[in-house]
Write a protein that binds this ligand. Sequence first.
Ligand code: F6R
Length: 608
Amino acid sequence: MCGIVGIVGITNTVPRMMEALHRLEYRGYDSAGVATLHGGELHRCRAVGKIAALDSKLVDQPIKGDIGIGHTRWATHGEAVEVNAHPHMADGLAVVHNGIIENFASLKKELIENGHNFEGETDTEVVAHLISEYLARGLAPKDAVFETLKRIEGAFALAIIIKNENERIFAARRGSPLVVGMGKGENYLGSDAIALASLSNKLIYLEEGDWAEISREAVTVFDMTGAVVTRPVTYSQVSNTFADKGNYRHFMQKEIFEQPFILAQTIGKYFDQTGGGVKLPAGDFDFANVSKVTIIACGTSYYAALVAKFWLEKMARISVEVDIASEFRYRDPVYTEGGLAIFISQSGETADTLAALKHAKAAGQSILSILNAEESSMSRESDMVFPIYAGPEIGVASTKAFTCQLIVLAALATEIARARGKLDEAGVVSAINSVGEIPKLVADVLSNHKGIEKIAHKIAKARDILFVGRGLHSAIAMEGALKLKEISYIHAEGYAAGELKHGPIALIDENVPVIGLAPHNELFDKTVSNLQEIMARQGQVIVISDHDPSAVGSNGEDLMSFKMPKCDDIASPIVYAVPVQLLAYYAAVEKGTDADQPRNLAKSVTVE
Ligand code: F6R
């Protein structure tokens, strides 16, 4: 969360920083700002809202400078108002920050006692004042930065420019990623390779505790003790082209509708339809002797993990534990020797998932990450990386990344089942054939999108909506509820249908639509019983099923329904994810919310 860019350049940095901030907008869009050094003096421009607001403000109040730092904010401490927007300044220096300074309250108290005046409520402002305090005490800029780093606690990526220091940016990283880009007579700094995509592909990833002095000609990296260290130079493959919406109104809509093509692409990477079996980028890792599987993720990626648990237990007969990353490491988890820990993340940067990964790694588990961002903090920490090949996902609400994660997890489940002798060659061929059907099944659903649009129109005015399903589809019910609430702001919850009578059924009345995911499988009759319990209490059931909706019953009139194609247990959760994505999207359009950049959210969650 929060995006950082910095340039020590030979020409005006502002247009290039703005370009980088647009690339970084997925990290947060509460406010944005840039600060430059020009003629030894600091200049700053900040605006509340998306980067476009800063673009406009810079037209009226232009600033320039050959050295600059920029920031796009996802608010942690302090509201999204201009005084809390970065860069923060104190007595001749400017700071941008991603992360949380956990001891900011005690530092702020101390600094106020020393006569410092604070402008806003952010934790970041203490960093600016602390450096200025050390400068005022006569320390050289580099020493003032180092002393400050020794005092602050928490997670941070920082970039600092100081008045009259026309040759350098200081940078520091603890907990939050930061990468240095190398250019010709210029050097750069960014939150990730995406920020620097049009500036440089020659990168140095700062490591935990590193800090750096970046000038036009040199990059000097120090470790936590202040010793100069050498970090490897890598070359990024991240493309510098901006994704565009094509003829779609929103990126989310485009990303939903391109799934048949994207899924086919990912399937092609993992499933050889010409008899070669499942192809995993796992080297010689021995899946046959894995003692236990633990899968950790957040949000939508966590729901992909829940689906994978069903598949792995059923197909491979292996014990699978699934947990949300923010809880995992704090509950003192029990690992088994020879365990495989799988981390699922679109961004590869989610702070909680990354911390859980490091926890499992320290406990000696084999680490497998399933990622969309192949160049990410998680990929650098993993023993095996399985890319999902979804391409850039710009809509903050994950859609195609979720279904691509499921394709990769289906490949993994099939291979673990085969390696453990639970699936014979015919079983593998049947799994490959069933995955091969998915793009067409998804295309069938998409071609009937008008049916979902009608349902969205009906439910968009509801205050509360429930999604229910059984088995694999309980996870899709939860995903559907998450998607709906995050982009349409309608309160929604997803439940295993059988759980409703243990409490949530108290919510049901004639104003509560309930979306029932009811594929005609071995749990269909049980799902129908649960839907009838809802109808008996006047709940407005809407059925998404491949079966005749009259089999579910009626409320005196025909049930509203959406007809699904027939699919088996591998294809089904992937194909049923599509109508719930569409439902959320059309409900958001109906309500006029911003489907691509919903309030309060960010695409990459790099704080705990
Ligand atoms: C919801 C969504 C989030 C993410 C979660 C984890 O649509 O996208 O719930 O799934 O923040 O992010 P990643 O997958 O990047 O670790």
